[in-house]
Design a protein around this ligand. Structure first.
Ligand code: C2E
Ligand code: MG
Ligand code: MG
Ligand code: MG
Length: 283
């Protein structure tokens, strides 16, 4: 039975990865139905201070569990949602869910806790984007200053006038911005320094290679120095070992996220994790 399920799920995944238009269409149909049937949900992965190991916040990550009980990874369905425009309503759902969860944690006393939400290019470009951010903040009752929006490096390198305009809109809500997967795109350093962003996230690939390869280590060092030099906070994603953690700390990286600290969790698990002393309620 387990074997059959396994085979079933790998077929599902390969369908998503394939270039077959019919299979992609099937998956998109499934995603639409899944969204309507509330099979999409949000999990939360803590972000910690690398020195004190205290939680600073969490990143909201989307999950899709199909009617058959299989999980489809976001790397496969987010691009589909993006191409089809479905990401606009799905993205709004993630933003609102994350804000309401943040409100709940704030009410428990985690006043300085920050919530990071991934934003896709289609959302970023959408004329009503900033209105949906404002509505999510107002309806949930959390201050904009406790929300962070993660945009990828390639989004930050879009047309400069668009990027500057949207970043100014975001700033007007009080929310901060992190540049995700940094090091994987082609950044124009002159564009980067024009952007007023709080955080650089070192991509997991460089964390993995930070100690095993010279190139990985050079890039990790460079990103930390670049971020620090530009007055940003630097966070490393995908920290899995104590060695990686210590190495990044030595480089001057401020924050971290990864399985070493915690995996992405359901909302109630995150609360338990925080209550178990991983993070004292502040004040
Ligand atoms: P991301 O934003 O770079 O998120 C970090 C990914 O690294 C997550 O994968 C997380 O589960 C994974 N990760 C964190 N720590 C570790 C670790 O120690 N080891 C390993 N092996 N993995 C770790 P996930 O949840 O599968 O998400 C993949 C990508 O899908 C995200 O990358 C993001 O680009 C996209 N995504 C997820 N949720 C959303 C969403 O709500 N909206 C949008 N637009 N994109 C999303
Ligand atoms: Mg992210
Ligand atoms: Mg990332
Ligand atoms: Mg990444």
């Amino acid at each position: 039975r387990a074997k059959q399920q396994h085979r079933g799920s790998s077929q599902y995944f390969s369908a998503a990865m394939g270039t077959d238009a019919r299979e992609r269409f099937k998956l998109l149909k499934g995603l639409r139905a899944g969204f309507e049937e509330r099979r999409l949900f949000v999990v939360y992965q803590p972000q910690v201070d690398l020195v004190s190991r205290q939680p600073l916040g969490a990143e909201a990550l989307l999950r899709w569990r199909t009617a058959e009980g299989q999980f489809v990874p976001p790397d496969q369905f987010i691009p589909l949602a993006e191409q089809s425009g479905l990401i606009i309503s799905i993205g709004d759902f993630v933003l609102r869910t994350a804000c309401f969860q943040l409100k709940h944690l704030r009410d428990l006393g985690y006043q300085d806790f920050r919530m990071a939400v991934n934003i896709s290019l289609a959302q970023f470009r959408h004329p009503l984007f900033i209105q949906t951010v404002k509505a999510a903040l107002e309806d949930s009752g959390v201050p904009g200053t406790s929300l962070e929006l993660e945009i990828t490096e390639s989004m930050a390198m879009e047309d400069i006038s668009l990027v500057l305009r949207v970043l100014a809109d975001i700033r007007s809500t009080g929310a901060s911005v992190a540049i995700d997967d940094f090091g994987t795109g082609f950044s124009s350093l002159s564009q980067l320094r024009q952007l007023d962003v709080e955080r650089l996230k070192i991509d997991r690939a460089f964390v993995r290679e930070a100690q095993s390869s010279n190139a990985g280590s050079t890039i990790a060092q460079m990103v930390v120095n670049l971020g620090r030099g530009l007055g940003m906070r630097v966070i490393a994603e995908g920290i899995e070992t104590e060695e990686q953690c210590q190495y990044l700390q030595t480089l001057g990286c401020h924050e971290g996220q990864g399985y070493l600290f915690a995996k992405p969790m359901m909302a109630d698990q995150l609360q338990l994790w925080l209550e178990s002393g991983k993070g004292e309620p502040l004040q």
